[in-house]
Design a protein around this ligand. Structure first.
Ligand code: GLU
Length: 491
C-alpha cells in the first residue's frame, strides 16, 4: 500500500461494547497492524441524550483486554486530537457554515410537532419516510420571520434532487444510490451538536483516515457522506463495509442470542486470545479449513480480499470449542494464573483464603482437558476443597449393582487403600484395578462407585490422579462416609 494506512474505530458511548462493534475494532486493528499503519480510537459522543457514563470505560477496557492497542486516541493523545467529538464542536460548526455559505445547506425551522405530523402522514400514504424539504424552499421574508420568532434552527444538507452517487466498496464492489432516495439530512442539531454524518465526515478528513472499515449497517450512509465530502471539497477515504453478524437462527445478533457485550465474555472466562481468534473469523478467513490462528498469524495474513460479503454466524459452540483449545494450550502456571481470579470469586466462601496455590497447581492439570471456560473451573474442582459432597446415596450404586455390592466394593477398596504406603497414581492403579476382578465387578462399576464416594460426582477428572491429589486420609474418610451413607440408605 503506497499511502499511509490510517484507520479508526469510532464507537459511540451509548451502551455496552457489543461484540459486533468489537469485531469492527479488531478488523481495523488487524488492517493497521498488517500494513504498518495507525489504529485510531475516536469517541463519537455527540448524541448527548443517548450518552451512557459507564460506556466509554467499558469499551476501552474491552479493547485493552483483547490487546487491541491504539496509536492515537483516549489516554494516548496524538497529533490529530482531540479524539472526543464533543471537544471538536468548532470544526463541525465551521464545516456547516461553509456549506451554508456555498448554498449546499440550509436552516430548517420545522418544529418537532410538524415533523411528527409529516411522518404520520407519510406512513398513512405509504410514502417513504424523510424530510419533505419544506424549509429548503423558504424565501428571505419567511426565513426572517422564523428567525424573529426566535426558533433555533437545525442545519440540513441540500441533497441533489436527481442523479446518483456511486462508489467502489472494497468488499461489495460498485454500490449505487439514487439521490431521490436520500433526504436532506440534518448536519447540525439545534443544540449545537453535529449529527453522526457531519462529525464523521469532518473527522475522517481531519484525521486523514485512509480507509473506513465499518459494519454493513452503515453502507446506506456512505452516499450521504460522499455527497458531503464532495461539497466540502475533501478527498474521501476508501470504504469497506463488513458483513453482518447473525445469531444461530440467522437473525441479527442480539441479546436474545446470549451475551453480546464483550465484558460478559471476559466475566464468563473466555480467554482474550481465543476471543480475538474467534472474532477474526466472523467475516474473514484465511482459507476454508484453518480455525486456530495466533495473533501474529492473524496480523500477517489479514487482508480485505478475504472478507466475505456473506453474513457471519456467531456460533457459541464453536467459541466454546475454541476457548477449550486455547485453554489446553496454556502451560500449567499460566492456566493456574488465569483461573485464579475465578476460583477466588466462585469457590465457596468457607474455603480458606488465600487459596493454597501449590495445591491448586496439582489440581489444574486434571481439569485442563475438560474446561471450556475459566469460569467453569471452580465448579469442576470444588470437591477438592470441601468435605460437603452433596450427592444421592443411590449414585454410589452402579449399573447392575445393588446396595450390598456397593458397600462391599467400598469396604474392600478402603481396606486395600488403607494398606498403601505410597498414594501415587501407579500405586493406586496397581492396587485398585485388580480388585474389581477379585470382588466380581467390572472395573467401570468399581471405579464409578469410588468416584462418587471421593468426588460426589458421576463425572469427574481421572480417578487415580484425583485420589492422589486428595491424599490417602481424605480419600479414605470420604469412602468411609459413603459407606455410612449407603448403610443409612433405604432399599
Ligand atoms: N459511531 C458509529 C458507531 O457507533 C461509527 C460508525 C462508523 O464507523 O462510521 O458505530
Amino acid at each position: 500500500m503506497s499511502e499511509m494506512v490510517r484507520v479508526r474505530f469510532a464507537p459511540s458511548p451509548t451502551g455496552y461494547p457489543h461484540v459486533g462493534n468489537i469485531r469492527t475494532a479488531l478488523f481495523n486493528w488487524l488492517f493497521a497492524r498488517h500494513n504498518g499503519g495507525a489504529f485510531i480510537v475516536r469517541i463519537e459522543d455527540t448524541d448527548v441524550a443517548r450518552r451512557v457514563d459507564t460506556a466509554l470505560d467499558a469499551i476501552l477496557d474491552g479493547l485493552k483486554w483483547l490487546g487491541l492497542d491504539w496509536d492515537e486516541g483516549p489516554g494516548v493523545g496524538g497529533a490529530y486530537g482531540p479524539y472526543f467529538q464533543s471537544q471538536r464542536l468548532p470544526l463541525y460548526h465551521e464545516a456547516a457554515e461553509q456549506l451554508l455559505r456555498q448554498g449546499d445547506a440550509y436552516k430548517c425551522y420545522c418544529s418537532a410537532e410538524r415533523l411528527k405530523a409529516m411522518r404520520e402522514e407519510q406512513a398513512r400514504c405509504k410514502q417513504p419516510p424523510g424530510y419533505d424539504r419544506y424549509c429548503r424552499w423558504l424565501n428571505e421574508d419567511e426565513r426572517s420571520r422564523k428567525e424573529a420568532e426566535g426558533i433555533k434552527p437545525v442545519i440540513r444538507f441540500k441533497t441533489p434532487l436527481d442523479g446518483k452517487t456511486s462508489f467502489e466498496d472494497l468488499i461489495w464492489g460498485e454500490v449505487v444510490f439514487e439521490h431521490c432516495n436520500i433526504d436532506d439530512l440534518v448536519l447540525l442539531k439545534s443544540d449545537g451538536y453535529p449529527t453522526y454524518h457531519l462529525a464523521n465526515v469532518v473527522d475522517d478528513h481531519q484525521m486523514e483516515i485512509s480507509h473506513v472499515l465499518r459494519a454493513e449497517e452503515w453502507l446506506s450512509s456512505t452516499p450521504r457522506h460522499l455527497l458531503l465530502y464532495r461539497a466540502l471539497n475533501f478527498d474521501p477515504p476508501y470504504f469497506a463495509h463488513l458483513p453482518m453478524i447473525l445469531g444461530s437462527d440467522r437473525a441479527k445478533l442480539s441479546k436474545r442470542h446470549g451475551s453480546v457485550s464483550i465484558t460478559e465474555y471476559r466475566e464468563q472466562g473466555y480467554l482474550p486470545e481465543a476471543m480475538v481468534n474467534f472474532l477474526a473469523l466472523l467475516g474473514w478467513s484465511l482459507d476454508d479449513k484453518t480455525d486456530i490462528l495466533s495473533r501474529d498469524k492473524l496480523i500477517n495474513s489479514f487482508s480485505l480480499e478475504r472478507i466475505s460479503r456473506t453474513a457471519a454466524v456467531f456460533n457459541h459452540d464453536k467459541l466454546n470449542w475454541m476457548n477449550g483449545a486455547y485453554i489446553r494450550s496454556l502451560d500449567i502456571d499460566n492456566f493456574t494464573k488465569r483461573a485464579l481470579p475465578f476460583l477466588e470469586k466462585y469457590l465457596p466462601a468457607d474455603v480458606e483464603r488465600p487459596l493454597p496455590i501449590d495445591y491448586i497447581r496439582k489440581i489444574m492439570p486434571l481439569v485442563q482437558e475438560r474446561a471450556r471456560t475459566l469460569a467453569e473451573v471452580p465448579e469442576l474442582i470444588v470437591f477438592f476443597f470441601t468435605e460437603r459432597l452433596d450427592y444421592e446415596a443411590g449414585n454410589l450404586i452402579g449399573k447392575k449393582m445393588d446396595r450390598a455390592s456397593s458397600i462391599r466394593a467400598l469396604e474392600a477398596s478402603k481396606e486395600r487403600l488403607g494398606g498403601l504406603s505410597c498414594f501415587d497414581v501407579p500405586s493406586l492403579e496397581s492396587s485398585i484395578r485388580p480388585l474389581a476382578d477379585e470382588i466380581g465387578l467390572k472395573t467401570g462399576q468399581l471405579f464409578g462407585t469410588i468416584r462418587v464416594a471421593v468426588t460426589g460426582r458421576t463425572v469427574a477428572p481421572p480417578l487415580f490422579e484425583t485420589m492422589s491429589v486428595l491424599g490417602k486420609e481424605r480419600s479414605l474418610e470420604r469412602i468411609e462416609k459413603a459407606i455410612e451413607k449407603l448403610k443409612a440408605h433405604e432399599g
